[in-house]
Write a protein that binds this ligand. Sequence first.
Ligand code: MRU
Length: 380
Amino acid sequence: MRVTARVPGTCEKEMYIMGKTILDYDTVALDDADSALVIIDQTKLPERIELLRLHTAEEIWNAIYLLQVRGAPAIGVAAGYGIYLLAKEIETDDFDEFYKQFCTYKTYLDSSRPTAVNLSWALNRMEQVALRAGKEEHCAVAQVKEILKQESIAIQQEDIAICKAIGEHGLSLVKPGDGILTHCNAGKLAASRYGTATAPIYLGQERGYGFHVFADETRPLLQGARLTAFELQSAGVDVTLICDNMSGMVMKQGKVQAVFVGCDRVAANGDTANKIGTSVVATVAKRYGVPFYVCAPTSTIDWNTPTGADIVIEERKPEEVTEMWYASRMAPEGVKVFNPAFDVTDAELITGIVTEYGVARYPYTESLQQIRQQMQSESK
Ligand code: MRU
């Protein structure tokens, strides 16, 4: 059953009350006929599946900032479709004027979240395509818009194939019956179809590997509890939810044979920014000899950022720690709060970085460059 509603001053919503499961929906989709970016509102999960239809720059910016669409690859896909839809509405036949307005939208969308590099990666990719078509090939603005549409679709299609390739490489690192721990949500809801850190899990599920998955709840925004546990359970995966401070215990008890996490930005030396708490999991995994793998589409590797110290870490509102998800405020009024959304895991703690081209090993300064060369030679 589908119910649509538009509350004045807010974006259009569609609510699916029964029938399909979360796996039947695209996390991000383009409805070109309606000039809408359609996303699953992830802040409403798992209670209900609600789709948002975003039309304006402000609606798209807010959806990214509020984590209605989140996860590095999904943010990249949303940014690609978003900038195309905004470009489509620019009313001019003059390419220079078109490009000026395009850049204003691009800068605005790029300011919505600072850490996930896929946001600026996708926007830069779209800008380069527009420039090449408009400036070098002298295409008419209408043609430039069509080329932008095709590029935004390509970003999503590539993401699906990349996640599957990451899954194959990741699956080669584990055995049937293994226990796998993951942090935050680097699943279907954060990327396309298989997700990144969940891709080996989903592929293993298809092939009867019988994995036992531990999902960290992931304070403060509970992406592990609300999203990872939800999507894996919907897929029939054996998933157990644990609080963040329990990962040491399950590793010590020998219940975990590998950790797979996603990432928001990998520096050129392999230092990796991911959801806050990831570096704690990596440190504990090292202590108990559990391999710790980062699943990273090459779009998440920032070749221009030398080390993790150069990664900008987003800080978010104190209310996310003191009251969000609780029936009433649970911390004293006026208490000081520190709420970084991500932390950086040192490269030495990472057993392997699983990309669509294969698994890079420490020291990453060299192995990631090899991946880059492979990437460049395949794109020729
Ligand atoms: O703040 P979020 O929910 O966007 O953080 C998401 C993560 O940290 C994910 O692990 C990361 O983006 C990888 S998603 C494939």
